[in-house]
Design a protein around this ligand. Structure first.
Ligand SMILES: CC[C@H](CNC(=O)c1ccc(S(N)(=O)=O)cc1)c1ccc2[nH]ccc2c1
Ligand SMILES: [Zn+2]
Length: 262
């Protein structure tokens, strides 16, 4: 499956890797080898407090669709776990495949999932803007949740119904009162965490990754709507389906992946 996934990316020029990445010793995504992860009893439970009223819009940025939050105040926050500071939710988005065999960016013992949710937060104790935090070592925290095909996700449906309005790159639609917490698995105490990077350019090594052990379920039809989105803007002659928008896995390079559970 990995080979097939790789060739699917090769077909798509947009995902060509930039030649040189500054430093490049803590790139994401990675394969998490469970038996090599190290239980850290000092990892605390995650504290997630999301305010649905801070949800503002959905934007197709030509890589994925972003559900964007008002991050001008500390209303939707993440703290605890591996984090020393308080982080503000600024957006969430997904990565998915052209079929259900692949699509996630991270894998667990090489197991890929059909899609992966990323909830993106920036360190509001140390910085005053996302743009500042995105170039700092401890600037960002991203919660990753795997999606599996199964029963329909009732909370996701409101988002799925809005996607046709952002079919093309650069389209935006108002989207309010969405509780991002409904996309988290029931148990968020079991996770892996490691030091990594953004998985799209500029690939800055600013991310504390928090990868959930438990997945969420979405229906085949809900994921099919993700695949109906387009990488291309309305003006372009050739329309290209937004699928396989995941990055190839990167070398772990001596990093330790810690687990919050045994
Ligand atoms: C610096 C990059 C940033 C755009 N990119 C992101 O925000 C981003 C966030 C998360 C991930 S992932 N897949 O790792 O979770 C990948 C990319 C970005 C770039 C320029 C900007 N100007 C104003 C705001 C702004 C934000
Ligand atoms: Zn992402």
């Amino acid at each position: 499956t990995h080979e097939a996934a790789l060739c699917a990316i090769k077909l798509h020029p947009m995902w060509q890797e930039p030649l040189a990445i500054p430093g490049g010793d803590r790139q994401s995504p990675i394969d998490i080898v469970v038996r090599k992860s190290v239980f850290d009893p000092q990892l605390r439970p995650l504290k997630v407090q999301y305010e649905p009223r801070t949800c503002q819009q959905i934007w197709n940025n030509g890589y994925s669709f972003l559900v964007e939050y008002d991050d001008t105040t500390d209303k939707s926050t993440l703290k605890g776990g591996p984090l020393e500071d308080q982080f503000r939710l600024c957006q969430f988005h997904f990565h998915w495949g052209e079929n259900n065999a692949w699509g996630s960016e991270h894998s667990i013992d090489r197991r890929l999932y059909p899609a992966e949710l990323h909830l993106v937060h920036w360190n509001s104790d140390k910085y005053s803007l996302f743009e500042e935090a995105v170039i700092e070592e401890n600037g960002l925290a991203v919660i990753a949740v795997f999606l599996k095909i199964g029963k329909r996700h009732e909370g996701l449906q409101k988002l799925v119904d809005a996607l046709p309005a952002v079919r093309h790159k650069d389209s935006v639609v108002e989207f309010t009162k969405f509780d991002a917490a409904c996309l988290l698995p029931e148990n968020i105490d079991d996770y892996w965490t490691y030091a990594g990077s953004l998985t799209t350019p500029p690939l800055t090594e600013a991310v504390t990754w928090i990868v959930m052990k438990r997945h969420i379920e979405v229906s085949h039809d809900q994921l099919a709507v993700f695949r109906s989105l387009l990488f291309t803007s309305a003006e372009e002659q050739v329309q290209r389906s937004m699928v396989n928008n995941f990055r190839v896995q990167q070398a772990v390079k001596g990093r330790t992946v810690r687990s919050s559970f045994t």
